[in-house]
Write a protein that binds this ligand. Structure first.
Ligand SMILES: C[S@@+](CC[C@H](N)C(=O)[O-])C[C@H]1O[C@@H](n2cnc3c(N)ncnc32)[C@H](O)[C@@H]1O
Length: 240
């Protein structure tokens, strides 16, 4: 039998996983470092639900962390699997199910390994705020494409790479507003929509929709719209 792969041999950055593991106990505190994820969740959840109709769908959430999106999709009637490589985040996610009463199958497995184990077996794949934390996003995108059934939809969200996103997502969010801990984001790992679209097409997915997400620091309101300069989301479909 082959020995299990070490995290560094997988498409994963141990320092990134450690960052999320160190904070994991605060995942469900809506005023913690995870406040932005709590605040954006209703927006992305409604957007995904409107596109696929989550009720009754088999969904896998790649890089699910403490389960904010995964649980909310379960609450909309989806049968959800959540995948992450941070054991601590998954521990917190599993514990939170006792509080919420939702059902999510949380698994410590790389997206690429799950794609080999269960190809074309999900109606919907979500991979949100995760690609900017992995060494090889194209490999994760390939895995997401392999996991979804033909005709099924894959949703991504990540950070654009330009001066404005550097100023807003790194300087503004981490240093000025202190919404996120310093070092949460590495500018070089940000992904332009054109780059994500290229990876998506190379993986056999069609781009259906690209939308932006903005944050107004004065009103503290997040909104979906046309401005993709900083945060954005992409909806894609696997060729039928
Ligand atoms: C910013 S959090 C986003 C969590 C969740 N997707 C959300 O949007 O609410 C990034 C997550 O990606 C996970 N992650 C980082 N590298 C990963 C990898 N190679 N495989 C799986 N998960 C990974 C981290 O452990 C963390 O839980």
């Amino acid at each position: 039998m082959n020995p299990p792969l070490s995290v560094s041999a997988m498409n994963a950055d141990p320092a990134e996983l450690q960052k999320f593991s160190d904070l994991a106990h605060r995942w469900w505190d809506p005023e913690s470092e995870f406040k932005p994820l709590h605040r954006i969740n209703p927006l992305r959840l409604d957007w995904i639900d409107a596109a696929v109709g989550l009720n009754g769908k088999k969904v896998v959430d790649i890089g699910c962390g403490g389960g904010i999106l995964a649980e909310s999709m379960s609450a909309r009637g989806a049968q959800v699997t959540g995948v992450d490589l941070s054991e601590k985040a998954l521990g917190v996610a599993r514990l939170h199910l006792y509080e919420s009463g939702q059902t999510v199958d949380y698994r410590l497995i790389a997206a690429e390994a799950l794609a080999l184990e269960a190809p074309a077996s999900f109606d919907v794949v979500t991979c949100m705020e995760m690609l900017e934390h992995v060494p090889d996003p194209a490999s994760t995108i390939q895995a997401c494409a392999a996991l979804v059934k033909p005709g099924g939809q894959v949703f991504f969200s990540t950070l654009n790479r330009n001066l404005k996103s550097y100023l807003m997502a790194v300087v503004g969010a981490e240093y000025v507003l202190k919404l996120l801990p310093k070092g949460t984001h590495e500018y070089a790992k940000f992904i332009k929509p054109s780059e994500l679209a290229r990876h998506v097409r190379n993986a056999g997915l069609d781009v259906n929709e690209l939308i932006g997400m903005t944050y107004n620091p004065l009103s503290e309101i997040y909104a979906l719209g046309q401005d993709t300069d900083v945060n954005y989301l992409m909806r894609t479909t696997r060729h039928g």
